[in-house]
Write a new protein. Structure first.
Length: 95
């Protein structure tokens, strides 16, 4: 398979509960900062190529308050509390 088409085989999925220890171990080994517990709500994904893990991804919840962001978006207190429920920020990536 040529290099242009190999990316079509990459699949990204949430990790399963039983895979979390492996995810942490690999993040600790391959991320330049190692594994750090992510505060708040978070989610963990893995990218696979032919069933082999090739990348790790992690997101955690957005900061509850960020004056510059809130003013830019136009969030008042009520909108901020609602918006933060569905806003995540990239936290850790390792390829």
């Amino acid at each position: 398979m040529d290099e242009k088409n190999i990316l079509r085989e990459v699949k990204i999925r949430p990790i399963r509960k039983e895979e979390f220890s492996l995810w942490k171990e690999l993040m600790n080994k391959y991320h330049y900062l190692g594994y750090k517990r992510m505060p708040g709500k978070n989610t963990h994904y893995v990218a696979t190529l032919r069933d082999r893990w090739v990348a790790l991804l992690g997101w955690d919840s957005a900061a509850l308050k960020c004056k510059v962001r809130d003013e830019f978006i136009g969030w008042d207190k009520k909108k901020r509390l609602e918006g933060c429920k569905s806003t995540f920020k990239g936290r850790a990536f390792a390829i």
